[in-house]
Ligand binder design. Structure first.
Ligand code: ADP
Ligand code: MG
Length: 698
């Protein structure tokens, strides 16, 4: 094995700040930096200089093409490759790439989902360079991160609102810092580190299963005798084949400047996790998309398939993503880190309560950001947090907050009595190691870990909402504190009121328990069990008001996104149901018939051998198999009829409701019959590999 030189390869495919400093003329570099810090647009002449240098740099790294790399509402990234080649007029070609091509592109975007936006506004969409994200070379293509908008300015992508929400949060957080007398910080960013779970299975098995190919999850599959009950996979030693995969994946990610750091086996067999070192939300969102893409590509090179679906296998844990989120200043301070001095703690407490208040007031909106057909299998199924949003703070921090709310003396754990008068704040415990793994939103010492995300979704949605709701609360706090005659007194009153009004969102117990479901109901917290229950809140007046007031979304954008999410839900279930009927008709029923024939032939042969030979086994099995076979046939017919009914709905919400209540029930029932058959039909006759093979033979 050749040793790799991490400093050499890290970011070697990224046109990052270091490269720009080295290669760009000084004034061009300064112009770019100014564009980034002032969020302005780039001058055409500057763009031409950057483009030429970027092209040469990319060609040195094997690039022949360039693309505007963007994140449409499909949730995956999109690329339209164009080669650098331009005719010279004398039959030759030169490698060309202009400033105009760097700054703006016009992909034929008519088939990206727009939820009616383009029809309502402007037919064409355009992409524009996001200079706050670095260009990179991937597979011989220079990728330029871009936003994707309609000509009337509506965002058609996931990146634009991320950038808008970061700007908003920056502005509001700065107001708060100024109130605390801080004049040195000039920018506040949100930081994110997403932990990504995934499954790896043998590629041969994957290719033999239409359900995995078409839907990313198994729609059939009897439980193997061994599942995850032994917990022997979690942090277990990693198999050589998987290690080789992880090593190559790390290297690919490092080249792209992605700080892949930890990797380990997860709870379910064949399940693993990768966590990067955190960075700003915009970059983290790009990087997570790239990570998912590389996970799949590298798997193919190793004869493996990476499954990113939220629930590839029934009966074993599915995959999620933990969105670790915090606020950082350009002076290197984490604003969710409790300080040493009481004054710092007051500031910390203000940011902390802004999160509490935002999460409580906009819990439905936050819930919507993790609502999709795949994640419905996980939330509330005792493998992921419930569908009820709450915040874990740990006992000590909760006690400190309660003391502030009640105006009582806070007795810290080390039994040091604290004065609770104005403006003294309690010493905040720094060590919150008693981590609660069941909470949807856990404070883990200096950041919040939002744990409800599905494994394959973009992290953009949850972060747009987190940034916006926290910015909203900071804005309200700042309005009040800026107007106060006595800052300390007002601050204390504000904390007291906010904690009292929103402490219902704090829960430190077991979120998987039945009692919590009842307790949450008593507290008035929402339990939105499915995507269909959650999505109407996406366009609730309170949410439209919030997001339009802050310019994160227009109302049209929100309504279009709502439509896209529901359409996606219906389409996903429709494809799953059609795949099921197809597999039943063309694979399972023929297999059942073939096995029945074998049993019948065996019975006939035995009969010929003599009356004293029992054919009870064949008779019993045949009876059971034909009963189940009949049922399978009938249920597949029914499911198809039901899909016709589903297709006739006009309203997206009604249609989604029908899929949720009726189609899913039929799918489940059909699966039940098929899985029973799988357990009695000879393995050699079953048309595709079963769970035991897929999960344990990697
Ligand atoms: P866990 O115990 O949840 O598995 P890990 O150590 O695997 O924790 O992951 C923690 C994640 O949190 C990492 O991706 C890390 O980069 C991220 N993280 C740490 N500090 C911050 C921060 N200030 N802001 C955002 N993310 C952070
Ligand atoms: Mg975690």
């Amino acid at each position: 094995m050749t040793a790799i030189n991490l400093p050499d390869i890290f970011g070697s495919m990224v046109f990052n700040d270091r490269v720009m400093q080295e290669r760009l003329p000084k004034d061009t570099y300064r112009a770019i930096k100014r564009t980034v810090s002032e969020r302005g647009s780039l001058d055409k002449s500057v763009a031409d200089v950057v483009a030429a240098i970027m092209r040469d740099w990319a060609i040195e790294r094997g690039a022949t093409h360039f693309t505007h790399w963007f994140q449409p509402m499909t949730g995956v990234t999109a690329e339209k490759h164009e080669s650098f080649i331009a005719p010279t007029g004398d039959g030759g070609v030169i490698m060309e790439f202009s400033g105009k091509e760097l700054i703006k592109g016009e992909p034929d975007a008519s088939s990206f989902p727009s939820g009616g936006l383009r029809a309502t506004f402007e037919a064409r969409g355009y992409t524009a360079w996001d200079p706050t994200a670095h260009a990179f070379v991937k597979e011989n293509t220079l990728c330029i991160p871009t936003v994707f908008c309609s000509y009337s300015g509506e965002a058609l992508d996931k990146k634009t609102p991320v950038l808008r929400s970061m700007e908003l949060l920056n502005a509001q957080a700065l107001r708060i810092l100024r109130l605390f007398g801080n004049t040195t910080v000039s920018r506040v960013i949100t930081t994110v580190g997403p932990e990504q779970e995934y499954f790896l299975i043998d590629r041969d098995f994957y290719q033999q299963r239409a359900d995995l190919l078409f839907t990313g999850r198994t729609l059939f599959g009897a439980r193997p005798p061994k599942g995850q009950e032994m917990d022997d996979h979690y942090y277990g030693s990693i198999k050589p084949r998987i290690l080789a995969y992880m090593k190559e994946l790390d290297e690919e990610l490092w080249k792209l400047g992605i700080l892949a750091k930890t990797k380990h086996n997860e709870v379910a067999p064949a399940q693993h996790e990768l966590a990067p070192i955190f960075c700003d939300t915009n970059t983290a969102t790009d990087h997570n998309q790239l990570t998912m893409e590389m996970m799949k590509k590298v798997a193919t090179r190793h004869g493996l398939t990476c499954l990113l679906h939220e629930k590839p296998f029934a009966g074993v844990n599915g995959s999620g993503k933990h969105n670790n989120w915090s606020l950082a200043t350009d002076t290197g301070i984490n604003l969710l880190e409790p300080g040493d001095a009481p004054g710092e703690n007051a500031q910390f407490l203000l940011f902390l309560t802004a999160v509490l208040k935002g999460v409580d007031e906009y819990q439905e909106m936050l819930r919507c950001t993790v609502a999709n057909a795949g994640n419905d299998h996980r939330l509330g199924a005792n493998e992921a947090p419930p569908a009820i949003i709450s915040v874990y703070l740990g006992e000590e921090l909760t006690e400190a907050l309660e003391a502030i709310a009640s105006g009582s003396t806070y007795l810290a754990r080390e039994r040091v009595e604290m004065e609770m008068g104005v403006p003294v704040m309690p010493a905040i415990p720094k060590d919150t190691t008693d981590r609660n793994r069941t909470s949807p939103m856990a404070f883990t010492g200096n950041k919040f870990e939002f744990r409800m995300l599905g494994s394959k979704q973009s992290i953009a949605g949850p972060n747009i909402v987190l940034n916006t709701i926290v910015a909203e609360e900071l804005c309200r706090f700042a309005d009040r504190l800026e107007a106060a005659a006595d800052f300390d007194r007002e601050l204390n009153a504000l904390l007291k009121e906010t904690i009292t009004a929103h402490k219902r969102i704090i829960f430190n117990g077991n979120n998987y328990s039945e009692e919590w479901v009842r307790e949450a109901e008593r507290r008035g917290l929402k339990n939105l069990c499915s995507t269909v229950d959650a999505m109407p809140y996406y366009i609730a007046p309170q949410n439209i008001e919030l997001f339009t007031r802050h310019g994160i979304f227009t109302e049209a954008e929100m309504r279009s996104r709502y439509e896209i999410h529901l359409e996606d839900y219906c389409k996903t279930l429709n494809i799953e149901a059609l795949t099921m009927t197809d597999m039943v008709r063309r694979q399972i029923m023929p297999a059942v018939a073939a096995y029945s024939q074998v049993l019948s032939a065996s019975a006939v042969q035995k009969k010929q051998l003599g009356a004293d030979i029992s054919i009870e086994m064949e008779r019993e099995l045949l009876r059971r198999i034909s009963q189940l076979g009949e049922s399978l046939y009938r249920q597949a017919e029914e499911l198809e009829d039901i899909l016709l009914t589903a297709a006739a709905f006009d309203s997206a919400q009604d249609k989604a409701r029908f899929y949720c209540d009726t189609v899913i029930a039929h799918m489940r029932s059909l699966r039940g019959v098929a899985d029973e058959l799988e357990m009695i039909v000879g393995e050699a006759y079953w048309p595709f590999p079963g769970y035991a093979k897929m999960l344990f033979r990697v």
